[in-house]
Write a protein that binds this ligand. Structure first.
Ligand code: FES
Length: 80
């Protein structure tokens, strides 16, 4: 879906930037120029950014938890 008509920025592009490490909405605007012209897309762009950030955080936490669980399994295997 196109979020920003002025700069033809899609929701996928916003989420991709978040997953690539974009940490703030200001940084997103610098990179994609989203919401830097008429501003009509600002609320939708910010919402998409925040949802992408929450989703990326949840994935990182799950990956961290999975790594932790594997370490516990290896530790138990080495003791047994
Ligand atoms: S629609 Fe995004 S700045 Fe105009």
């Amino acid at each position: 879906m196109i979020v920003c008509l002025c700069h033809r920025v899609s929701d996928h592009a916003i989420v991709s930037e978040v997953r690539a490490g974009c940490a703030s909405f200001d940084e997103l605007q610098d990179t994609l120029r989203v919401a830097t012209a008429c501003g009509a897309c600002a609320d939708c762009a910010l919402d998409t950014f925040e949802r992408g950030r929450d989703s990326a955080h949840a994935s990182a936490c799950y990956a961290g938890r999975a790594g932790h669980d594997r370490a516990i399994v290896r530790m138990h295997a080495s003791v047994a």
